[in-house]
Design a protein around this ligand. Sequence first.
Ligand SMILES: Cc1ncc(COP(=O)(O)O)c(C=O)c1O
Length: 364
Amino acid sequence: MKFNALLDDIVSYEAGKPIELVVRDFGIDSKDVVKLASNENPYGCSPKVQDAVRDIVANMALYPDDSMMNLKAALSSKFEVNEDELIIGAGSDQVIEFAIHAKASKGSKILMNSITFAMYEIYAKQVGAEVVRTTSREHDLEEFYALYKEFNPEIIFICTPNNPTGDAIDAQALKKFLDKIDSETLVVVDGAYMEYTTFKDASKSVTPKELISAYDNVLYLGTFSKAYGLGGMRVGYGIAQPDIIKAFYKLRPPFNITTLTLEAATVALQDEAFVQECIAKSFSEMEHYAAFAEKHQLEIIESFTNFVTLVFDEKRSASKLAQELLERGMIVRDLKGYGLNAIRVTIGTPAQNDRFFELSNALL
Ligand SMILES: Cc1ncc(COP(=O)(O)O)c(C=O)c1O
C-alpha cells in the first residue's frame, strides 16, 4: 500500500524500553527491573491524587468534562494567566503537534537545537516542514539568531532545560533573544523540566506569565509527566496569548483528556509540597552521579533537570554499557541516536541509584 510520501522521511519515535519488554526479553523478574530511562518521578505522584482517582473509577460511563473547568481553573490560578490563554493536551507532546500543525506546512522552516527533544522533528516532518538545526551541543542563542535571520523560520523551539542534555538557558539571555524575534515567528519555550530548574537556579527559570505578557508570539509548554509524577496519565499544557490558543483549539480532538487524568492533574496541583520534596531528593541524589562520573572519568553535563547525561570518551562505548545494563534489568537511555557517545540516566530513588552504581562499577 502506498502512504503519504512525507512518512518516508520519518523515523518513528522510540520511547524508553518498557519494563514489560525487559521482563519478556531477558527473563528478569519485574521487581528486579529498574527503569531510569524516561525521566519520570521515581517517587510517583502525591498520595492525594491516588485517593482522588479511586473515587472516579466508580463512574466512568460519561464522557469527560471537555471544558476542563477544574484543571483550567487550577492552572490559571497557579500560573496567574487567564483560562483563554491555556490549552491542555494528552501530554505536552500533543500541544507540540497542535503548534506545528497550526503554524507550519510544506516548505516551512522550523529551527531547533542540534540535540533536543525528538518529537519536534517528527511533527515537523509530518507537515513537510524543513528542520534547521544549530551545531552546538548546548543552546547557543547567537547561533539561533543567525539561523533565524538566514532562514526566517515559522517556528523556533527552545527547550530549556534541554532534553536530553539537561542544560538550561540564562533567563535574561532568553528574553534578550525573544526581544529580537519578529512576532510572526512562533517561539515555543518547552519547560517540561522547568520545576527542577526553578528549584536549582532562579537565574535560569522563566514563568509562562512573564513570557506571554511580554511576547505575543511565545508558547510556553509544561507537563505533569515529570515533576508531578503523572507520566502514565498523559497530560500537559500550553500557555500563550488567546489568538494562538484559539488556533490550536481548531486542531484539538474532542475529549482529548480522560476524566481520570483531569482529576489526577487537578489534585496534583494542590500538593506542591510533595513535588518540591521529590525535586529536593532528586538533586541531593544527583551528587552521587557527579562522584560516579569523576571516578570513571566521564563528562557529566551540569543538569537542571531530574536526569544526568554522562558523556564517554572515544575509547569507551556508552551504547555497550547501556546494552549490558539492560541485560541486567537496568534501563537507561542510550543517546547514540542523537549523535552522542553518552547515556542519559533519570535520577531514581536511593536504592535505584545504588543499583545503577553497583552494576556500572562492575561493567566499566
Ligand atoms: C523536553 C520535553 N518536552 C516534551 C515532552 C513530552 O512530555 P509529555 O508528552 O509526557 O507531556 C518531553 C518528554 O519526555 C520532553 O522531554
